[in-house]
Design a protein around this ligand. Structure first.
Ligand code: OFO
Length: 169
């Protein structure tokens, strides 16, 4: 059984994961309309992953005697100024998600809820990967700058990355 404080922290996290999924879906859709098909494939897959993160939390809250709240979401932007902007936003967003996960872990410790604390470790590790990946992508984009040929190759690379990360799941 989870306490009200833990339930609230987990429900806040459900909302953030759902919001991440929507945000990346909007980025994917924009990238697709701009002809960046590899980036779109990568971001569509990333959006699906966030939905899976949300679902895992929903099921856990319900299993532990709480009530998962399926949240209302804010509309994400329709357009983005560039690929650089997208991936900077993605990194900032992931850093914020990590902070929020650390907060859930903190609440678990305050409430002496070691079961949820253990469950949350999966998210702690996942955030190390997600932030690392976002940083690598940003480094690549910074190297490429405005070079069209470089962006073309970058887009193709992301398609491969999307395929590899889906295989790894
Ligand atoms: Fe769910 O890890 Fe990204 O946001």
């Amino acid at each position: 059984m989870i306490t009200k404080k833990v339930e609230k922290a987990l429900n806040d996290q459900i909302k953030l994961e759902a919001q991440s999924s929507q945000f990346y879906l909007a980025m994917a859709s924009w990238a697709e309309t701009q002809g960046f098909n590899g980036t779109a494939t990568f971001l569509y897959a990333h959006s699906d992953e966030e939905r899976m993160h949300m679902l895992k939390l929903v099921k856990f809250v319900n299993e532990r005697g709480g009530t998962a709240i399926i949240p209302q979401l804010e509309a994400p932007p329709v357009a983005f100024e560039s690929l650089n902007y997208i991936f900077e936003e993605l990194l900032n967003h992931e850093v914020a998600v990590t902070k929020s996960i650390n907060n859930v872990v903190d609440v678990c410790l305050q409430e002496k809820d070691y079961t949820t604390h253990n469950f949350m470790q999966w998210y702690v590790s996942e955030q190390i990967e997600e932030e690392g990946l976002a940083r690598t992508i940003n480094d690549k984009l910074n190297m490429i700058g405005k070079d069209k040929g470089g962006l073309y190759l970058f887009d193709r690379d992301l398609e491969t990355m999307a395929a590899t990360s889906t295989d790894a799941q």
